[in-house]
Design a binder for this molecule. Structure first.
Ligand SMILES: C[S@@+](CC[C@H](N)C(=O)[O-])C[C@H]1O[C@@H](n2cnc3c(N)ncnc32)[C@H](O)[C@@H]1O
Length: 198
């Protein structure tokens, strides 16, 4: 399946995300890096797309590795000297790390969400999820069409998006399958969640 052009060019992707996030594209990453604190010395960013979190880690002597399906995003990150791996998060070997981060991408795993959580919860690291819960992709206007077009990673269309309720429902359902604590850090366009495994 042909990938969205937005997942094939980092500058086009940034432009599209800046439109969707009304100029707050970089601020979203800041919200996430604010949670990289204390004893965190290593981070694995799933579906990283861009390199803002990687840059923060480099500046702060935190080891970063990223996994993404987009060859162009991986090449861009590798060109900047980052440890980016071209792979599918559902099948890639996941490193042991202090923290896993997935931002703006959980909806890609809707159909295989149990597998996604099982893989991460087997590990010991905390998990940060930043997921859009106020979405435009169901709107029948320019922004809605842009959001829908932008989200094909090459393995299928993604018109599904979480909202506040469906994301919390999913976290609770997963908690019943495999106990963990979660904290909602904040809710804006993205809901920011920290999961701590026992
Ligand atoms: C909406 S972008 C989010 C990028 C970045 N985390 C952000 O918040 O701006 C989704 C990213 O997930 C990647 N992706 C989608 N499905 C994936 C999978 N199964 N394995 C690895 N990466 C995947 C895409 O290539 C894309 O870079």
């Amino acid at each position: 399946m042909k990938r969205s052009p937005f997942y094939s060019n980092i500058f086009l992707y940034r432009l599209e995300m800046s439109i969707l996030h009304k100029g707050k594209y970089r601020k979203r990453f800041q919200d996430v890096v604010d949670l990289i604190e204390g004893n965190i010395t290593s981070v694995c960013e799933l579906c990283f797309g861009d390199i803002f979190i990687a840059e923060f880690c480099r500046k702060n002597n935190i080891s970063w590795m990223g996994i993404d399906l987009s060859p162009e995003f991986c090449r861009y990150a590798q060109g900047k000297g980052f440890n980016a791996t071209l792979d599918n998060v559902l099948t890639a070997e996941l490193p042991n790390t202090d923290m896993y981060i997935i931002q703006g991408s959980l909806y890609h795993f809707k159909d295989k969400i149990d597998k996604f959580f099982d893989r991460l919860l087997k590990k010991k690291g905390s998990i940060i999820i930043a997921e859009p819960v106020r979405n435009f992709s169901s709107s029948d206007n320019f922004i809605g069409r842009l959001a829908r077009r932008a989200s094909n990673a090459g393995i299928g269309h993604n018109s599904f998006r979480y909202d506040h309720k469906s994301l919390i429902d999913e976290l609770r359902r997963q908690q019943l399958r495999s106990p963990y604590e979660y904290e909602v850090i904040h809710i804006d366009r993205e809901m920011l969640i920290k999961i701590t495994c026992p």
